[in-house]
Design a protein. Structure first.
Length: 274
């Protein structure tokens, strides 16, 4: 079985693309998940021209682009097809004013409308679970994605969010695996108390390194290997500021933590996919 490619989400950085590509290749990554968002190297309104150009620049530094995080519309799907990007990753917020079921039904109507464009361009929508008022668990992904061909609409399992929601690794992989198609996230979170002991307890989700999170990365790698996964392991490079603060580290502030996690993930892959 082929070893998974390790990519990194470019959300922390708004550097010029050649400089960013050189930096990420130098850290030892093999690919990127490009943020296609306002203020980043590729913006949604210019995706048709700029995404293929960005993928070409990244390739000059030895970096593949298996996925982007961006809009799911026909222009973005076509641009991904032109650039050879396989997956557009999204999350699925729930509009509580409308309710959970109505929100799920609306996502499915949206997916249904895009199926012809996805099939034509060889692109998939990848839905990642996310804690809070979103589809937050593997079981939530399975409910949302029931009946879809994972080559077109698939699950992007994120155990960091599953752990916050309380799903164990083996169960989460078992639930999500039939809906997965080549992309999984590796990041870690835990709950930290945000106020003092003299007050009623309040907790925040704290994004951290592999050794302080709510699940075991080695167990996840082993389960993915056991079930035949050989796609991309994406590292979202998401790390919180100091305990009790809600902001995320951005730019090169993430690098010391990211390097530690990358080295650990490479060791796990070498041991498991030998």
């Amino acid at each position: 079985m082929a070893k998974p490619l390790i990519s990194v989400f470019t959300k922390p950085w708004t550097d010029e693309l050649p400089a960013l590509a050189e930096k990420l290749a130098g850290l030892g990554f093999e690919g990127v998940e490009l943020a296609v968002r306002p203020g980043y190297q590729v913006v949604p309104e210019n995706v048709a021209a700029d995404l293929p150009r960005a993928v070409k620049i990244l390739a000059e530094y030895g970096l593949k682009t298996p996925s982007i995080a961006g809009e799911i519309d026909e222009a973005t799907i076509a641009a991904c097809g032109d650039a050879g990007v396989g997956t557009i990753r999204i999350c699925a917020p729930i509009d509580l004013a409308r309710g959970y079921r109505a929100s799920i039904d609306e996502y499915r109507r949206c997916f249904d409308a895009l199926l012809p464009a996805l099939e034509k361009n060889g692109v998939s929508i990848g839905v990642q679970n996310h804690y809070g008022n979103m589809v937050g668990s593997a079981v939530g992904l399975a409910h949302l994605l029931a009946g879809y061909d994972p080559k077109l609409v698939c699950a992007v399992l994120d155990m960091g969010h599953c752990a916050v929601d309380g799903e164990p690794v083996q169960m989460a992989v078992d639930i999500a695996r039939p809906h997965m198609s080549g992309l999984v996230n590796f990041k870690s979170a835990c709950h930290l108390r945000a106020n003092g002991p003299e007050l009623e307890a309040e907790y925040v989700v704290h994004w951290t390194t592999h050794d302080h999170g709510g699940y075991n990365w080695g167990e996840l790698v082993q389960e993915l290997h056991r079930t035949g996964f050989d796609g991309t392991f994406c590292m979202p490079a998401e790390y919180s500021e100091q305990a009790g603060r809600t902001g995320q580290r951005m730019g090169d502030d993430v690098i010391p933590f990211l390097k530690r996690d990358l080295a650990h993930l490479k060791r796990l892959i070498a041991e498991t996919y030998a």
